[in-house]
Write a protein that binds this ligand. Sequence first.
Ligand SMILES: Cc1ncc(COP(=O)(O)O)c(C=O)c1O
Length: 461
Amino acid sequence: MTATHHPFTAGVHAGYAPEGPLRPLTAPVHHSAAFAFASHAEAAAKFALKAPGFTYSRTGNPTVAILEQRIAALEGGSSAVATASGQAAVALALLALLQGPRHLVASARLYGGTVDLLTDSFNDFGVTVTFVEPTDADAWRAAIRPDTAAFVLESVTNPQVQVVELEPIAAVAHAAGIPVVVDNTLATPFAYRPLQHGADVVVHSLTKGLGGHGAALGGAVVAGSFDFSDPQRWPQIAAPRDRYRGDSLLSRYGEHAYAMLVRSKFLHDLGPALPAGSAATLLQGIETLHVRAGHVAASVVALADALEGHPAVARVHHVSRPDHPQHALAAQDYPRGTGCILGVELADAALVAPVVDALQLIALAANIGDARTLVAHPASMTHCRLSEAQLASAGISQALLRLSVGLEDPSDLLADLRQALDAAWLGSGARLESGARPGSSAAPASQLASQPAPASQPAPA
Ligand SMILES: Cc1ncc(COP(=O)(O)O)c(C=O)c1O
């Protein structure tokens, strides 16, 4: 495995080559909390971070290290630190930049758990956040303050599948000496590599598309090449620290200094370490990322096309639709698609429960990127702690369903969706006829029989 290999090859090989007397082809799972030292000198050097190697699995484990190298290779980063969940990855990535009560500028369309982290837990420690419309580079510029520590955004948002042109936002940030942190969970490096578009740090929930099977939680922080050399602005990285025996992390670890701060301070002190068994499960998922993601991308487009015509559907949110505001940008920056998410705005919020309850193959669950297709109602599930105003600025209505498209044949998915939409629509039409569903402009059930079937069945990918 060399740096010249294709990313798809890196997904299968990076970070591991068979070795030792048995030469196992798949990465061995090192289920061990601690690692023995051959001598006192070796132990002392490793604990002082003066020699590489493993001491205790909270800060590093050989199986987890293979996963870290593989993700760094996929994203084109200098190093990566794996964490117990995506939530932990977001938290650690930002804590390493905050150093006290500082300010963040963040996209108004972040995952609900990240909004909770920023507006509640971080706020408890004096961190303040200005939320901006992510596609508006001028809004990012206007929100900058002297104490702004980072820009935070998602490459592909959930559930409206919005994408941003990252370069202008990164240019605004870099002109003010601010690093850009991009959550690339939905896109995965199969579709988009934010470090190549100006990001400085990439975070992932590996639980989603990268792991791909919904079988293990995990996260990762991937470091790019931001210049942290100003000790006034970045004392935690560029100034001498007692914790590192009077050295600065920058002087010791160079381009790996930020990642070492994440690992040796925040992973060590807060403890959200990824178990070796989870790392092995996630590694197996990553090996098939490019095959899975290609199939999913084709299925998502086919379903978006087919659902758009159904009378119970007011609108499909997906960049493949010509009326999506980022249709042209996505065609340019995301030629391999935007991942597994499809937003389906129903004609009326009253249809949500009947549709969801009528689905037979598609499960109601709060995850994405699973091998199975899942549906969620963001307003009452993943984003339920957001205020009405936050929901509105995130573009999440009460009628919006999120589909996370899996690996099934898309014709079976469409059949399940159509029978659920038809049943809910007929039910709502019956109520409409008796006057119990005011305010809907949708056609009554009596007209459904004459409605043409939604566009043709999607072809198998
Ligand atoms: C974009 C995004 N980032 C981070 C997370 C948090 O990841 P995890 O659930 O692995 O903690 C999620 C979870 O849904 C997510 O969708």
